[in-house]
Design a protein around this ligand. Structure first.
Ligand code: 9MR
Length: 342
């Protein structure tokens, strides 16, 4: 009996491998499942130093799992234009080339952001006219460099209470800088999908209301905008319940929605219960995207706990991603897969 069992298992193994079956009992992989659910991609962020980790890079390059990559750091202002007029695309190019080689989509992140900004932009105390020219130059160089892709043109422009963030851009130009950046991006590449992107805008709240109002007014002024990026830095057990309704209202404006930086963190240590809750939470987020036709895709903010930004910023928290530090799939992986299938 025992011998027969082993024979059956041995005979089935190649078939299971052929079907792409994994230990979680779900056949297809995450990008494949997202596409089957009518989406454009399931993707991951990546930062350049991680590419030296071969097992990591091999899994990242599996286009059935990840159909899209975001450069997690290397296209930010401080890196890409550290001094006025001096551009450095080395890191961004490395990730762009990898995506092209793997036939993965590429998301540019990000043109205009108050954080990881080159110090010269604030230190220069530029006039409105000068800062406008600087934004135009920066956005058109970035978008022109990565043609045909997706761009987070403006990142994190609002405070959580829905007021405009008092960045150097807002303080110098008021709300005009959105239009300046978006128009420059469109001119640099008419085919790029142009997004505004932020955190704490997953559900309906003051901050997502503020975006709704802003995007509506940009559309009314015929300013080019293609999508709203919802980052999705969430907490286990605290996923908002009205994500779908929120996405639906942005879709109602005639733009796309994407989840751009998904991770769902927990207080450490990891327990089986927390992992099960995390699985349900990932599934809930994916189901919300699945339910809204204009939600085009989901990107996790790196795929493995090994390279997550969470532990360095939220002390005592972590384990936020679908793969653990040893690149093993967690229950969250199954949560995502089964939600795409549901
Ligand atoms: O993942 C990025 C991390 O390596 C950087 O240290 C950090 C600095 O702010 O930025 C992280 O990415 C952020 C992204 O660019 C915008 N949304 C929040 C992300 C997490 O901080």
């Amino acid at each position: 009996m025992k011998t027969l069992f082993y024979h059956v298992v041995a005979a089935a193994a190649p078939i299971l491998i052929l079907l792409g079956a994994n230990t979680n009992g779900v056949g297809a992989q995450l990008d494949t499942l997202a596409k089957r659910a009518g989406k454009v991609y399931f993707g991951s962020a990546v930062d350049n130093p991680e590419l030296g980790d071969l097992p990591y890079k091999t899994l990242l390059s599996n286009a059935s799992e990840f159909g899209q990559l975001t450069a997690g750091n290397s296209l930010k202002w401080e890196t890409v234009q550290p001094a006025r007029g001096t551009y450095n695309f080395a890191g961004g190019d490395e990730i762009l080339a990898l995506a092209k080689q793997n036939r993965q989509l590429f998301r540019g992140h990000t043109c205009v952001w108050h954080s990881q900004l080159a110090p010269w932009v604030e230190a220069g105390r530029f006039s409105a006219k000068e800062l406008t020219a600087i934004i135009e130059d920066h956005c058109s160089r970035l978008v022109g460099h990565c043609k045909g892709e997706i761009w987070d043109v403006v990142n994190e422009a609002f405070e959580d209470d829905g007021s405009y963030r008092k960045s150097v851009f807002y303080n110098t130009l008021g709300t005009q800088y959105f239009e300046t950046a978006l128009r420059a991006a469109r001119k640099a590449d008419p085919n790029t999908k142009l997004y505004l992107n932020d955190y704490n805008v997953e559900g309906i709240n003051s901050k997502s209301d503020a975006y709704y109002t802003l995007i509506k007014s940009l559309i009314a002024k015929k300013v080019p905008i293609d999508g709203f990026g919802v980052q999705g830095h969430l907490i286990v057990g605290q996923v908002p319940t009205n994500i779908r309704e929120n996405f639906q209202r942005f879709a109602g404006l005639g733009i796309d929605v994407a989840i751009t930086e998904l991770d769902i963190r927990m207080v450490l240590p990891v327990t089986p219960e927390k992992l099960e809750q995390q699985k349900r939470d990932y599934a809930a987020v994916i189901r919300a995207c699945k339910a809204v036709k204009r939600c085009v895709g989901v990107t996790v903010w790196d795929y493995t706990d090994k390279y997550s930004w969470i532990p360095s910023v939220f002390k005592g928290e972590g384990a936020a991603l679908p793969w653990d530090e040893k690149l093993q799939k967690k229950p969250a992986y199954d949560g995502i897969a089964s939600a795409w299938l549901s």
